[in-house]
Write a protein that binds this ligand. Structure first.
Ligand code: MN
Length: 298
């Protein structure tokens, strides 16, 4: 299938901090946010190194294992650089990639390490696709803290998983079908700690243009304090289509479609088969049969 995306992105230091240690890559096939941390201004090095590694893949055909390999490679690079500089730097990473095979889109793979988040707005409902790797999330999971209490907890900024902490890293991922009309939000905690999820959902559901939505999300975060760096990427799945032409044959065989040679009888059924009929079924698919999910280390 072919997947057409449209997106907008914004990153801002916020109202209090002088540096922006968040970094992002947006498009054409990878959208990711890294939120760096570490002493002696090292956080922006960690997030920039990680985003640089992912950016190098953004224009290439990418399958899930290549994506996860790139995240592991970024982790090794940040860990090595942190050891060299002895500054304990690290970074979160979350986002999505449209994976492909033979030039055709396959899945939307959402990945996460840390407490930056990726959401999907599907039929107007906002769904958090990532699970925070944080002390407060673990307390919530254990039933010892409510979601509201977690927002005010003194350890609310302590994360339990990051890139740069160890030479190997466990990466959470989930594969979803690309669905026309779905909207994704990839963001740092500088947005989600300032703006409640129902407010995120309202902006995402009401503002058609992705760049305007990203700008309004930033404005909301700044208005409620802007105490951290704020980064948001809004990605719309504008169209999901099956290609009208058959796949798997070279362009130079195209003339046979109008003038089939008697010697090439075996190619005829391909032309006779109605290919267009499958488009509506794919686009209108409302099944929740996603491609899978996992958690992979090395
Ligand atoms: Mn942050």
């Amino acid at each position: 299938m072919d997947v057409k995306l449209r997106w907008g992105q914004i990153s801002h230091p916020g109202n209090v901090r002088s540096r922006n240690e968040d970094a992002l890559v947006a498009g054409p096939s990878i959208f990711a946010v890294a939120d760096g941390m570490g002493g002696h201004d090292a956080g922006d090095v960690a997030s920039a190194m990680t985003i640089e590694t992912l950016s190098s893949l953004a224009a290439t055909e990418l399958d899930r294992s290549a994506l996860l390999d790139a995240v592991r490679s970024a982790n090794r690079a940040v860990t090595a650089e942190g050891a060299r500089l002895a500054n304990g730097m690290g970074t979160t990473l979350t986002g999505l990639a449209v994976t492909s095979e033979n030039g055709r889109a396959v899945d939307v793979v959402v990945f996460n390490v840390g407490d930056s988040r990726t959401y999907a707005l599907h039929h107007g409902r906002l769904e958090r696709l990532t699970h925070d790797h944080s002390v407060v999330q673990e307390l919530v999971d254990a039933g010892r803290l409510s979601a509201d209490e977690a927002e005010r907890h003194p350890d609310r900024n302590v994360i339990t998983r990051s890139l740069g902490a160890e030479p190997s890293v466990e990466i959470d991922w989930v594969a979803r079908k690309p669905r026309q009309g779905d909207r994704y939000l990839v963001c740092s905690d500088g947005l989600t700690k300032e703006v409640a999820e129902n407010e995120l959902a309202a902006v995402l559901a009401q503002v058609p243009e992705p760049q305007v939505a990203a700008d309004l999300l930033l404005a909301a975060a700044l208005q409620s304090g802007g105490r951290d760096n704020v980064t948001a990427i809004v990605v719309d799945v504008v169209a999901v289509t099956e290609p009208a032409v058959r796949t798997g044959l070279d362009d130079d065989t195209a003339p046979r479609e109008t003038e089939p040679s008697p010697l090439d009888d075996d190619t005829l059924p391909r032309f006779a088969r109605p290919r267009v009929g499958s488009v509506a079924a794919t686009v209108g698919d409302k099944g929740d049969g996603d491609g899978g999910e996992g958690s992979e280390g090395e």
